[in-house]
Design a protein around this ligand. Structure first.
Ligand SMILES: Nc1ncnc2c1ncn2[C@@H]1O[C@H](COP(=O)(O)OP(=O)(O)O)[C@@H](O)[C@H]1O
Ligand SMILES: [Mg+2]
Length: 247
């Protein structure tokens, strides 16, 4: 089964090409790291995969559906199957953790149920379990902004677990964290993907974590795929090429 497929995808912003003619297949259960310097096109690619952006040219297929051809309703159905974690966590700071975790239900809950849950939290057990999976069950009723950065990223991951998507996207999930927390969060994402069989695509600025935790590594440079290799195949030569600064 293919989770994501890009067919000849180009994404332009004005006349600037952020991605150039990308072809890519990501199979179900794969753990893939996207690496490359700032501006290489990593976030653009992630946003195409979750349907936040549309390609200028080419096709984006997610779980067997061509996103270009979907009605808004069908698009939302597909998007429910994709959970995304961001660098800046995207949490509501002044709410208790449980409400941020429960936001993972929002694709399914009615407006009324969501509104009630803000006053009387619903599905407490599910939220608790998700927080237990990410290692911070005791934070259920803590105010989110009281948590450290690493803990907040865990809350964002717990929200994705509650959403229970087929695939997880993470756009530089560790860029706001110190090295020790970074390792924990990356290893947690990989472990959760391995246990559940969920496809995982993570963009990372630095390649070291990619090499230690991911099976497959794609190097993006100036909107193009420079390499698509297994972790063992990534040599210092290709890394040099990836980050080379042109004069
Ligand atoms: N919304 C946008 N409008 C204009 N240019 C953009 C937009 N988003 C990204 N870009 C440009 O596309 C290029 C790739 O950006 P991005 O995908 O964010 O790279 P990365 O995540 O690898 O740092 C950059 O040069 C960036 O300035
Ligand atoms: Mg980015």
């Amino acid at each position: 089964m293919i989770t994501f497929e890009l067919k000849n995808v180009t994404k332009k912003f004005g006349s600037f090409q952020s991605l150039k003619n990308i072809n890519l297949k990501v199979y179900s259960g794969e753990r893939l790291a996207l690496v490359g310097s700032s501006g290489a096109g990593k976030s653009t690619l992630i946003s195409l995969l979750n349907g936040t952006l549309q390609p200028t040219k080419g096709e984006v297929w997610v779980l067997g559906r061509n996103l270009n051809n979907l009605s808004p309703k069908s698009l939302r159905q597909v998007q429910k199957q994709i959970g995304t974690v961001y660098q800046q966590f995207h949490l509501v700071d002044n709410l208790q953790v449980i409400h941020n975790v429960n936001a993972g239900h929002l694709g399914r809950w009615s407006f009324l149920k969501a509104a009630i849950s803000l006053i009387y939290p619903l599905e407490v057990q599910t939220a608790y379990q998700a927080l237990a999976q990410v290692g911070i069950p005791e934070k259920l009723y803590e105010r989110t902004d009281k948590l450290s950065g690493g803990q907040q990223q865990r809350v964002a991951i717990a929200r994705v677990l509650v959403q229970d998507p087929a695939a997880i996207l993470a756009d530089e999930p560790i860029s706001s964290l110190d090295p020790e927390r970074s390792r924990d969060v990356i290893s947690l994402l990989c472990q959760l993907s391995a246990e559940s069989g969920k496809t995982l695509v993570t963009s990372l600025h630095a390649i070291e974590y990619a090499r230690s935790y991911f099976q497959r590594i794609i190097g993006l440079r100036k909107g193009e795929i420079l390499f698509d290799l297994s972790a063992e195949e990534v040599s210092s030569r290709v890394i040099e090429e990836l980050y080379k600064i042109e004069s």
